[in-house]
Design a protein around this ligand. Structure first.
Ligand SMILES: Cc1ncc(COP(=O)(O)O)c(C=O)c1O
Length: 302
């Protein structure tokens, strides 16, 4: 806990002093939005993309981002610089701010903006090596006219409960389907499969967050499609497609690129090329490319 730095409403503050009010509607009603951002090689990965999504999420819930993207940029750089680590994680948050009890967001005066820099370990190295065990969650991703999954809001109870269910069922992560029973994403990451000569992921309209890592992986895979021998497609997916895939992996700022070993207790194909078992898996090749990309498509903070 101590290895964290916090920028809050304009200044760096000690962790013990970084507090929000019990009357903040971010706490009372989940009224706010956030970003999870990776620092790799001493650079903030795709900060511009994260700030665009942050502002778009604010716009979607009618919250004016104080100081716009420039202030949020300043918050991220200041928190990252104070932490001074080459590999780290940023949590950028804006809440509706303090208001009276009662859900009305128009009663809140000033949004609260803060950024925490620290570490995040979603899956340990041994788990990554072995591959993750997923279970299909009882919980469904809500449709966009209920709670739009493309808005990275502080309403993460759907994701939290799916993750809790996965843990209670001794799995690492939950697969969430949408209301139609098609694949949306996992509780905290996007999902890709390699199947029948294509790399596939569901379009965001299926109930997925437009992940910054997802977009990077799509771009990288399109650039490498000759080498990988794969078409790259954003298409609706059924759970059966996941079970039938040659390789399945999750992507996210925290998750990185993490291969999936099983779904609901059924072992998945492990992505090893039948003809050449020593060749890197698609997920391994794309993780290498992602780590390389982080050297350029990023914002230095020192
Ligand atoms: C529900 C959900 N889906 C997908 C992702 C991946 O998005 P990104 O690559 O922008 O981190 C996240 C965040 O990590 C998430 O919380």
């Amino acid at each position: 806990m101590s290895d964290m730095t916090v920028w809050m409403n304009g200044a760096l503050v000690a962790l013990a002093d970084a507090k929000v009010s019990v009357l903040d509607h971010g706490l009372l009603y989940g009224d706010g939005v956030f970003e999870g951002i990776r620092i790799r090689h001493g650079r903030i990965f795709r900060l511009t993309d994260h700030l665009h999504r942050f502002e778009a999420s604010c716009a979607a819930i009618g919250l004016t981002l104080p100081g716009g993207q420039a202030r949020a940029h300043e918050a991220c750089v200041a928190a990252a610089r104070a932490l001074d680590k080459d590999e780290a994680y940023l949590r950028l948050v804006v809440t509706r701010g303090v208001g009276p009890l009662g859900i009305d967001p128009t009663t809140c005066d000033t949004p609260s903006l803060f950024c925490i820099a620290g570490q995040i370990v979603l899956f340990d190295a041994k788990k990554r090596e072995k591959g993750l065990d997923l279970v299909t969650s009882f919980w469904r991703r809500p449709p966009s006219d209920v709670l739009d999954p493309r808005v990275k809001s502080l309403n993460y109870l759907n994701n939290v409960l799916a993750k809790r269910e996965a843990k209670l069922r001794h799995a690492d992560e939950a697969l969430l389907l949408n209301a139609q029973g098609r694949v949306a994403e996992s509780a905290g990451a996007n999902l890709f499969i390699v199947r029948r000569g294509a790399l596939q992921t569901p379009p965001a309209s299926e109930g997925a967050l437009e992940g910054v890592t997802r977009r990077s992986i799509l771009e990288l895979a399109r650039g490498l499609s000759g080498e990988l021998g794969l078409r790259v497609e954003e298409v609706p997916l059924a759970r059966a497609d996941v079970l039938d895939a040659d390789e399945v992996f999750l992507t996210g700022s925290g998750a990185g690129v993490a291969r999936v070993a099983s779904l609901d207790g059924v072992a998945l194909r492990d992505g090893r090329h039948q003809g050449n078992p020593t060749a890197p898996r698609v997920s391994e090749r794309l993780l290498d490319a992602l780590v390389d990309l982080a050297r350029t498509a990023s914002t230095p903070f020192r």
